[in-house]
Design a binder for this molecule. Structure first.
Ligand code: SAM
Length: 236
């Protein structure tokens, strides 16, 4: 269970109504039972339920069960698409070890705003269900122009370019390796990247254009494919 509370031996952790509902109502835990807690930066801890109610509860932290494990420095940058598919991308990025998730507004992106808090909650749920000790941060929506103008000189970018599907470029497995981290992946919206965007990205020294096969994948599929490719090549 994810808590926004310091974790250490003897700490008492109060639970919100939603956490109590999940732990006692859904997971059927009760007083005296032990649950695993993490707060994103202190590893995993065993904690015993000392109070369990409908609107809250209290846990007492006992021992550390796993050290903190942060994923490699990878950003997943993607153009938000329809709600359910955006949720899917955030969830998969959190499960697959992105350290930061950056929604990006591109020329052909339809979403004008995102619900950052909702997406952050999806990242928390994904981290909880995969037993991680880290929760990626979901950033605010940023324009592609701004993102690229501020791009760190040392961060390499896997630019997933759907035009390469048709151009018959080298397969992803044959593209030269990127330098050691930090890294980022960039996935476009349903309508792909505009020609000026593509030209700018192709000219960026930190970027490598990547082809994810000969077919144009849906943006959510492309995000998972790119994360898998990254994991195989550079992951921990
Ligand atoms: N119309 C579909 C949809 O509704 O999702 C296709 C979207 S595709 C244009 C979205 C993004 O996925 C692209 O901008 C690109 O980043 C990535 N992508 C899809 N297929 C790809 C491929 N074969 N190679 C590289 N990137 C790809």
């Amino acid at each position: 269970l994810y808590v926004e509370h310091p974790l250490g031996q003897g700490q008492t952790v109060p639970l919100s109504g939603a956490q109590a509902h999940y732990l006692f109502g859904v997971m059927r835990r009760g007083v005296g039972e032990v649950v695993t807690l993490f707060n994103g930066h202190a590893g995993a801890w065993a904690a015993r339920v000392v109070e369990a109610g409908k609107r809250g509860g209290v846990l007492e932290v006992e021992t550390q069960t796993a050290p903190q494990r942060d994923p490699p420095d990878l950003w997943l940058c993607f153009a938000p698409i329809k709600k359910a598919r955006t949720d899917f991308i955030v969830e998969k990025a959190a499960e697959m070890g992105a350290r930061r998730i950056v929604p990006v507004q591109t020329a052909f992106t339809n979403a004008e705003r995102i619900r950052r808090d909702r997406l952050q909650a999806h990242a928390v749920e994904a981290a909880e269900q995969c037993g991680g000790t880290f929760v990626p941060e979901v950033a605010d929506l940023v324009g592609l122009d701004r993102l690229l103008s501020d791009w760190p000189s040392d961060r390499s970018l896997m630019f997933c370019d759907e035009a390469l599907a048709e151009e018959g470029a080298a397969a992803a497995a044959d593209t030269p390796a990127l330098p050691d981290g930090p890294w980022a992946i960039l996935i476009g919206p349903e309508g792909g990247f505009s020609e000026p965007e593509r030209a700018r990205l192709r000219a960026m020294p930190q970027a490598q254009s990547v082809r994810l096969g000969p077919r144009i994948l849906r943006a959510d599929t492309a995000a998972v494919a790119a994360l898998t490719l990254w994991q195989i090549r550079y992951g921990d």
